[in-house]
Write a protein of this length. Structure first.
Length: 591
RNA sequence: GCGACCGUAGCUCAGUGGAUAGAGCAUUGGUCUUCGGAACCAAGUGUCGGGGGUUCGAGUCCCUCCGGUCGCGCCA
């Protein structure tokens, strides 16, 4: 058990030992009021009710009866009106926290609470034949962090990139490629060209104005039927259709890989939607024969299906009237496949808020058909808008592509590093500059998607997105680099030291933050909220900065204190690294 | 019309029933011959969207209204 949990447990046991309070009435928490100097507080309202007394009196009686051993982590219990406030013993606490971090190392904060239960996290999920843009970065980064959190809590995590490689739009893509030819080139440039042809084809399909620059006299051909025909051929396994489709799949994967590498993202499986196509017939027949659906020609319609809270969902289709399948059909098949293949305890989907209804319907029908007993969770995130409040779109020309964004961030970071070097504030070898600029710039972009509650919509603000000050990842990385700088200058850190020397308020404040990491990880995972980790990182970095300012390590008053402070710095560096790695953000030693 | 999410300082956001609602940015002032100033300290500004309700106690839970974003049978 980690130190802070032991502190809480010691209080709980001492409270129960008084025989004055029921376990159910013990509600320990951090004091919320400003200016209250306490590490945990017990509001006595509930036990006062149980005992038929008044809260202030109960607090008095409890405090009088409480007893703690001299070497306890609990230093004091003091009464403040209806509250009993508990304070840590700074010396005992310092020793115990540092021991925790040293023992845990890179795994400090982890636990085995998950007991290897299986969790599938579906995230990123870009579309084939399209470039990745700011919308995908949210799913990718948030999903990655959530997967990391569960892994750290001892769950077996399966990371699934559910590629959008199926559907009607590939009929258009294939038809357009045959009509206009295969674009040359590689990477995102080819994807951009394919997007352009897709757009052009759609323009023609809709019977564009002959005066339009994009007008093509061949538009007299019924392009809609042509695209539909290719879509059907693709599903039926026509060799030419398959070849072109495979060409696009490979191109896209190749183009996306550098972006994933830069973000430190890896997947265990990357099955596209098409992977599940052989299961679609059984989904359709299961649903069609069930009481849930009604038929109208070939269409299979589900009406008034209740969700898990008993609310009736809007009508949706599982099969089109032309016999084709839909997005939801393939998502249901995916759930069935995952249940059969992995037997997971939960499937977590990191997908934007606009698809909230789709997942409620998908989950409800999958449960109703008995396809899975796993917990099905949709973690939605808000939409990205430009500075004018417009949604980003290729058509409006305000789209921001992932590669562009990461490059811009890296360039800004590089400029700043070069400035710091010219000011003599940092030393980096030439080959390290680019590497560190990449770590700092990419980290800033990632942090921008992680520092706040993901449910909110966000507005593109380049200065905020690439902020290097205040609550930003460069600040966190900078504090880590400062730790490393001190440790380099320190020389060899003696293994034995006296942690009880660390009782300066800035030291205690920092240690309290270090001690919170284990519960932070649990809270962040339970809430599917990486920003909880980001908040903690920022609080910890600030506590370190305050310590840095108030307490000299290398010039400490005594050699013993110098060593003890060396250990607090080493522990801080470790904890920051652990927190940053949960967010998949790099922690360079110099910057 | 129905549904989901959001509304807290000038701006961007924390605060998941407890005491006097907190951070960053911006503003103003200070620290600074420095263990890396991407820093630290200090100062301010709040009808917590409005109104009801539940509770000993509501920014937090319930109802209602207002405002914003998005979604609602053959796209994904």
């Amino acid at each position: 058990m980690y130190t802070f949990a032991r502190f809480e447990q010691a209080i709980r046991e001492a409270l129960l030992a008084t025989n004055l309070i029921n376990a159910a009435d013990i509600d320990l928490g951090a004091p919320k009021a400003a200016g209250v100097q306490a590490d945990l507080a017990l509001p006595c309202f509930r036990s006062a009710k149980t005992r038929g007394s008044n809260p202030a009196q109960v607090a008095q009686e409890l405090a009088a009866a409480l007893q703690f051993a001299p070497d306890s982590l609990v230093a004091s219990a003091t009464v403040s009106g209806p509250y009993v406030n508990f304070n840590l013993n700074p010396q005992a606490f310092a020793k115990a926290v540092l021991a925790d971090v040293q023992a845990g190392g890179a795994t400090y904060g982890s636990s085995s609470k998950g007991n290897q239960r299986k969790v599938i996290v579906e995230y990123s999920s870009p579309n084939i034949a399209k470039r990745m843009h700011v919308g995908h970065i949210r799913s990718t980064i948030i999903g990655q962090a959530i997967a990391n959190l569960y892994q750290r809590l001892g769950y077996e995590v399966i990371r699934d990139n559910h590629l959008g490689d199926y559907g009607k739009q590939f009929g258009v893509n294939i038809a357009a490629t045959i009509r206009f030819g295969k674009p040359e080139g590689e990477g995102e440039a080819v994807l951009a060209a394919i997007e352009e042809q897709y757009k052009r084809y759609n323009l023609l399909m809709k019977g564009a104005n002959p005066d339009d620059a994009d007008y093509d006299p061949d538009a007299e051909v019924d392009l809609d039927d042509e695209a539909r025909a290719w879509s059907l051929k693709l599903e039926q396994g026509d060799p030419q259709a398959i070849e072109l489709w495979q060409w696009m799949v490979d191109l896209t994967k190749t183009a996306n890989q550098p972006n994933y590498d830069r973000l430190g993202v890896q997947f265990d499986v990357q099955h596209g939607e098409s992977f599940y196509k052989d299961m679609l017939d059984e989904i359709i027949s299961d649903a069609g024969e069930s009481e849930l659906a009604e038929r109208d020609g070939k269409a299979i319609i589900v009406k008034d299906l209740p969700d898990h809270r008993g609310k009736k969902l809007p009508t949706f289709l599982i099969q089109r009237s032309d016999g084709g399948t839909l997005y939801i059909t393939r998502d249901i098949a995916t759930i069935k496949y995952r249940e059969q293949t992995y037997n997971p305890d939960a499937m977590i989907y990191i997908v934007g808020q606009p698809q909230e209804l789709h997942f409620r319907q998908t989950f409800a029908i999958s449960k109703a058909l008995g396809y899975t007993d796993a917990e099905l969770i949709h973690i939605s995130f808000g939409t990205v808008f430009d500075a004018q409040g417009q949604p980003l779109s290729t058509r409006k020309g305000n789209m921001i592509y992932l590669e562009t964004l990461l490059d811009e961030a890296r360039n800004r970071a590089k400029a700043l590093i070069e400035q710091k070097m010219s000011e003599g504030k940092t030393q980096l070898t030439a080959d390290l500059i680019d590497h560190v600029a990449e770590q700092v710039g990419v980290g800033a972009v990632m942090y921008n998607d992680l520092y706040q509650d993901t449910k909110r919509n966000i507005t593109v603000d380049w200065d905020r997105m690439l902020a290097f000050e205040g609550n930003s990842s460069p600040y966190l990385q900078y504090m880590h680099a400062r730790c490393c700088s001190i440790l380099r200058d320190f020389g060899e850190l003696p293994a034995s030291y006296d942690g009880s020397l660390l009782s300066h308020p800035a030291e205690t404040g920092l240690l309290k933050e270090l001690a919170r990491l284990p519960q932070i990880i649990e809270e962040a995972a339970a809430r599917y909220a990486p920003f909880v980790v980001a908040d903690w990182l920022y609080a910890t970095a600030r506590a370190f900065s305050a310590f840095y300012d108030a307490c000299s390590v290398l010039k400490a008053e005594t050699p013993e204190l110098r060593v003890a402070r060396g250990h607090i710095v080493a522990a801080t560096a470790q904890a920051l690294r652990n927190g940053l790695s949960l967010l998949s953000i790099a922690a360079p030693e110099r910057m």
